[in-house]
Every structure is written in C-alpha cells, then in structure tokens.
Design a protein around this ligand. Sequence first.
Ligand SMILES: *Cc1c(COP(=O)(O)O)cnc(C)c1O
Length: 342
Amino acid sequence: MRYIDLRSDTVTQPTEEMRKAMYKAELGDDVYGDDPTVNRLEELAAKMVGKEAALFIPSGTMGNQIAIMTHTKLGDEIIVGANSHIVKNEVGAAARLSGVSYSIVDNPDNRIYKEDVLKRIRGEDIHYPSTGLLCIENALADGTVVSLEEMEDLYQVAQKSHIPVHLDGARLFNAATYLKVGAKEIAQYTDSVTFCISKGLCSPVGSLLCGSKEFIKKARKMRKLLGGGMRQAGVLAASGIISLEKMVDRLEEDHENAKYLANRLNEIEGFFVDMDKVQINMVFCQIKIKDFNSHEFVQVLLEKGIKVNDDEDIIRFVTNNNVNRKDIDYAVDCIKKYVNKN
Ligand SMILES: *Cc1c(COP(=O)(O)O)cnc(C)c1O
C-alpha cells in the first residue's frame, strides 16, 4: 500500500537518480580521507554555506553534538532555546557527552533574542560556569524562519563576548528558500552550521557539519570518538551531491504545497492554522472541537492511507517530495468526512 506520509520530510525516499548515482559512486575509505565522493560532497557543502570546510556525518543530532563538543570545554554552559532540537530531542546528549549544562531560553515564539543572550552570558564570578556556546536554529522546529537581521544581532552580541555560535540548520535550505537568499547568507552569522540532506532534500541518510578548517579538523576527531567514522560512505555522499545540486530548488514546491494544505484545512470547521506561521513545509493545525480524539483521528487517517503526527490538540503535517496536490486533496477530503461524521 502506498501511504501519503505527512509525518515528516525525513520519510522522503531517494529519487531514481540518487539510487543510480549511489550504484555508480566512486568509493574509497573515508576514515583514510580518500573517498573521492565524500570529499566532493564536503567541498560542495562548504562552498554552499560559505565555510572553509565540511564534515559528512550520519545524522543532524551527531552534527550538533560534535559541534558542542568541539566548541566547548568540560563544565561550560551553553545558551539554547527551550523548544530546540538540542534540548528536546537529543536525549540530553550535551550534558552526557560534552559535560556542559544548559542555559535555556524559553520565549513564547521559540526565538532567542540578543537581550536573552546578553542576560545569560556569564561574568567572572567564581560561582559561575563559563558560557561556551550559543546554539540557534533556523528554520525553527515550529516551522518558522529567523530573519537575517535577527541572526546578525545574535552573532554580533556573541562575538563581542567571544562566544561561538552554532546553527542547527537541519532545514537550513528551507529557511533560505523562504528568505529568498542563499544558505551562505544565513550561515555568515555563525561559526558552525549543521544541515540535513536526509529531510526535504531526499537523501536516505546524512548531514553536514560546516565551519573553519581548524574547527572541522577537530570535529573530525570528535566524529571518530563517537564512532561516526564511516568507510565507503561515498555510497551515501553520491546521493547527498544530488540533494545539494538538484533538490534545493524544489523545496519551494513543498512550501507552496504546505500553504495550499493549510488553506484547505482552514476550510474545515474547528481546524485552525495560523497562515503567518506557514513559512516552510510544516503545517501545525490546532483542533478546536469539543471532545476531539486526536489519537482516534490519526488512526482513522492511517486506515485511509494517510500518516500524520499528533501532539494533543495539534496535528502536524509536513509536505515533502513524495506528496503532491492530489494527495493533499485526498487527505483533506478524508479529514472532512471524518469531521462531518462525528
Ligand atoms: C531533524 C532535526 C535535527 C537532526 O535530526 P536527525 O534525525 O538526528 O538527523 C536537528 N535539529 C532539528 C531542528 C531537526 O529538525
């Protein structure tokens, strides 16, 4: 059975072109540094985000954790958003692996502002840990995008205090698409950046961590420490090259589909999507129907071949390369039928 999978963009299957490129990829042993396809992907990634070097890693989580390990020393504190992936979805790894504590910024709009950072940068008092790193996200996990002005403000404040900035840019290219800028214009306000090729860019596996040559040299050792040194990884990198060369421009289509879906959901009584927050490929729909059982709703959709994620009264839909307008219309029809019956 073919599912219309709107749970995430991580569900995207590699395209035929990717599969062919993987089959034909020229390979070496990347731990020796001689896998030509991995080297090409790393060079391309670095160029696209305007950094000196890049490192191919198995996941975005590992990229963030390597960045934290590389930037900080044991006992440091990192400034990070309450709803960020690093705080909510990485198993508390920064505490365990890097021995850092978290200074958590909890704003209703999930953003970190320069005032938040200024307040949290630690002084010399012997009771305090040292502030080791500012971690930001763009796009944010709530599907909104941080403007270049906000990025610049944060970077300036951090730089003044000699605190490095790491950007978790799992969906960096979605953010760049929304802002109509190149990814490097966002990344210029960071010292390091991770982005995923395994999400909307359709590769099966992988992320890139980018930064200065010196930073990436240290990060490479940290990747080894974590067991992330990969051998004939060119099989995966071959797909990553296609992600970067051919799949970036089509993200716009996912964004348009998300807006289309959001508008259609707003046709349904009791379903509310804030259109101002539909900026990338994510739609968060709030359900205001008395006794609405979101768990049952998700099950009923599943029986109709539609997969979505729920979080109490919020249903999340993520458009991606494997979902087209017809699929969206079908999903909306199924939702309407369900709502009318209840
Ligand atoms: C997906 C994602 C990651 C990394 O996820 P992996 O599954 O480890 O690749 C990191 N940050 C954000 C904001 C994400 O959405």
